[in-house]
Design a protein around this ligand. Sequence first.
Ligand SMILES: NC(=O)c1ccc[n+]([C@@H]2O[C@H](COP(=O)([O-])OP(=O)(O)OC[C@H]3O[C@@H](n4cnc5c(N)ncnc54)[C@H](OP(=O)(O)O)[C@@H]3O)[C@@H](O)[C@H]2O)c1
Length: 265
Amino acid sequence: MNFPPIGFGTYQISGEACAASVRTALEVGYRLIDTAALYENEQEVGRAIRESGVPREQIRVTTKIRGRNHGFDEAQEACRDSLRKLGLDYVDLLLIHWPNPQNDRYIDTWEAMVDVKDDGLTAEIGVSNFTPSTLDRIIAATGVTPAVNQVELHPYFQQVELRELHTRLGIHTQSWSPLGRKSDLLSDPVLAAIAAEHGVTTAQVALRWNMQLGNTPIPKSVSPARIAENFDVFGFELNEGDMLELATLERGRLGSLDPETAEVL
Ligand SMILES: NC(=O)c1ccc[n+]([C@@H]2O[C@H](COP(=O)([O-])OP(=O)(O)OC[C@H]3O[C@@H](n4cnc5c(N)ncnc54)[C@H](OP(=O)(O)O)[C@@H]3O)[C@@H](O)[C@H]2O)c1
């Protein structure tokens, strides 16, 4: 699958605000839209796609199976339910949202997704918030490697080892909270200095850094100006010195949930 270099995130946007943001994103040029059953906005995302006038085949739509729907039959039904809400015949990428290792049903879920893909309901299947051990387990159990692992990834949480594993296994990395959500990442002095040097914003530096590592960031915004700003990242390039400086900013996870222990239903 050809993954666009950047996508649009829709976590914590609902109702008309969600539909309007997705329409703006598609107008600006985004061609990857990220939703999830958990976000409870699949209907609005689907409506915005239909209203946008952009041909369906030009858009990559991701949705995710939530924790409460783990299990073979449950996951298959959840996928069909998401398609009904989206008003689509297929999605382009279906992910397991969180592994929920305590419940230990993610292997059954993965097996269901392999079938759902064979049935043509999704072009690709992948995972989110998977760690080396949970990745190893689903691959060993099924022989099927996820196309994607979508994980928290920004200059404060760089996921160096996990990215190396992804490269070895041929898994594409998608980066959630690429702007560090509501942290102080966007006012970091190192990002600010690099942004000033290139005449861009700190958000654009954070996104460009992710893209130059080969990842697909999926920033979220409800502001038309910021939606456009976040897509305007193709006209400059970070140099080796910038990348080396940004590599020193590691602090650790900003999200409060550790995928090895978190139960997200
Ligand atoms: N798989 C998972 O478990 C998981 C977890 C979290 C997120 N995600 C996905 O990843 C997407 C992005 O992550 P996120 O929503 O957590 O955080 P994010 O995209 O890193 O940050 C979003 C925040 O940054 C602000 N913002 C956006 N553009 C900006 C700019 N140019 N300058 C300054 N502020 C800006 C937004 O405010 P405004 O809206 O006011 O602009 C919002 O408060 C989600 O929407 C979701 O699709 C997936």
